[in-house]
Design a protein around this ligand. Structure first.
Ligand code: SF4
Length: 462
């Protein structure tokens, strides 16, 4: 059994976990047994693995010492460290992890504090309405996260007696919306389970530490990264170790200009070694000295499943940022929506605006918006006004003349997968307007009420 396999097996046995691929298949045969099964691909060369127990120990020690000294003071970390009640602790970490998905720490802090103040326990959240959840979540993006969090809280209260599952396996299995990463984070940070986590920051750090240049979003590389994360996680402080790895990726080993000189694990970093070696070779050459034979440990292109593809080899000008690599992102699709800000005078003469609720599933589910209608990219202006006027008529219950709509301008908002253009019109309703839609899916609001409602950032831009 190789050293990596021994290390991985030790860690996995102690934590009672098995390495499971995202597809749910066990890779135990490939990593933990003495020899790969006939059909399994051969393990990658040692330079991509953590195969030396002393090196793993040094990595853990250096990273944790740095984390103890340099970690950012964040409200969820304080709760994770001080909350004595295990269910509350797990809940506090869970909320932070869901909010932090796709969202910057600086943005999340205020939302997190307000959320925990309003719903400090699972029980409190389970009693909230979806409308309240959407209101608090407004502006944080990816709105289904809040909805799913609340649904899962209801489930814990009604089906699990209010008790949070204590292991990553159970968290992932029992809680809707909790994937492998979130489950690992909650279990290691709240309950001390020795299980690794893999998120964008961890991918970057691990790929650089081990010179992994194959597509880091491919299932095979993802599997290797999870195995590595499970193998290197510190057994006595798994939660701190995982947070340290993520913190390193967020503050030091950043995507574009990593601060290698300040990095606590630079001695264990093979990307950094490679850069240093190249610099040394270059200066030898400049001085006219004989250059040493390349290190046989350096992986070539060949068949290595973790090296950069042959068509895109190591680029000296990129240094450590040669890693990680991803397949080219799909371009977001373009979409166009006509929207109208309908304005009336309220009881004290203050302007009020009509907002309507979106369907309860799909993009921006359940959020409020100005009456809006998707339109074809090439729809002519005149036709666009007509269809929008028809749409408004359905909400208002009275005829709307297309020529009364005033074109204001266009607003662009980028969702993760959609490049959305809103074509904005306005329609001031003169006189004593008595419109009062009885549907619960529409209401008149003042500007302040609009901002306090569950409306998306895109609508605020409009
Ligand atoms: Fe990242 Fe540089 Fe540290 Fe390597 S030495 S882990 S590339 S910051």
């Amino acid at each position: 059994m190789s050293k990596l396999r021994a290390a991985a097996a030790g860690g996995l046995r102690r934590s009672g976990r098995r390495a499971v691929s995202p597809a749910g298949k066990s890779r135990k045969g490939a990593l933990l047994c003495g020899g790969a099964p006939a059909s399994a691909p051969a393990p990658p060369p040692a330079q991509h693995l953590f195969s030396d127990p002393a090196e793993i120990q040094a990595l853990r020690g250096n990273l944790l010492a740095w984390y103890d000294k340099c970690k950012r003071d964040l409200p969820w970390r304080t709760l994770a460290a001080t909350e004595p009640d295990a269910d509350r602790r797990g809940y506090a970490v869970w909320v932070s992890e869901i909010m932090l998905q796709q969202t910057q720490v600086a943005t999340v802090i205020d939302y997190y504090n307000r959320w925990m103040q309003k719903w400090p326990t699972l029980q409190a959240l389970a009693q909230a309405s979806l409308e309240e959840v959407n209101e608090l979540w407004a502006g944080l993006g990816y709105y289904s996260r809040g909805k799913r969090l609340q649904e899962a809280a209801k489930k814990v209260v009604s089906e699990l007696d209010g008790r949070m599952p204590r292991t990553a396996e159970l968290l992932q299995k029992l809680l809707p919306g909790v994937g492998r990463y979130t489950a690992g984070a909650i279990a290691s940070i709240s309950y001390g389970q020795a299980t690794g986590v893999v998120d964008g920051n961890v991918i970057r750090v691990l790929c650089r530490l081990r010179c992994i240049g194959a597509d880091s979003s491919s299932p095979a590389v993802t599997d290797w990264l999870w195995d590595m994360a499970n193998a290197v996680v510190d057994r006595s402080r798994p939660g701190d170790f995982n947070q340290a790895l993520m913190e390193l990726g967020a503050t030091v080993c950043v995507p574009k200009a990593p601060l290698c000189g300040e990095c606590p694990v630079k001695k264990q970093c093979r990307a950094r070694h490679r850069v240093e070696k190249e610099l040394a070779l270059a200066s030898q050459k400049l001085l006219g000295k004989p250059t040493p034979v390349p290190d046989v440990e350096d992986c070539g292109v060949g068949d290595c499943p973790l090296c950069p593809p042959a068509a895109e080899p190591w680029d000296s000008s990129l240094g450590v940022t040669n890693f990680p690599r991803k397949a080219a992102k799909k371009q977001p699709r373009a979409a166009r929506t006509a929207t109208c800000v309908l304005e009336r005078r309220g009881c004290h003469g203050a302007p009020q605006y009509l907002i309507v609720q979106r369907p309860s599933s799909g993009l921006l589910a359940g959020l409020w918006e100005f009456p809006s209608l998707p339109v074809a990219q090439d729809l002519q202006e005149e036709k666009q006004r007509e269809v929008l006027a028809d749409h408004l008529q359905a909400w208002m219950g009275q005829p709307v003349a297309a020529e009364d709509l005033q074109f204001i301008g266009e607003v662009v908002h980028i969702f993760s997968h959609i490049h959305q253009t809103y074509v904005v019109y306005s329609l001031p309703l003169a006189g004593d307007v008595t419109l009062d839609p009885s549907s619960s899916q529409s209401r008149w609001v003042t500007e302040d009420e609009f901002h306090a409602s569950a409306v998306s950032t895109a609508m605020k831009k409009v």
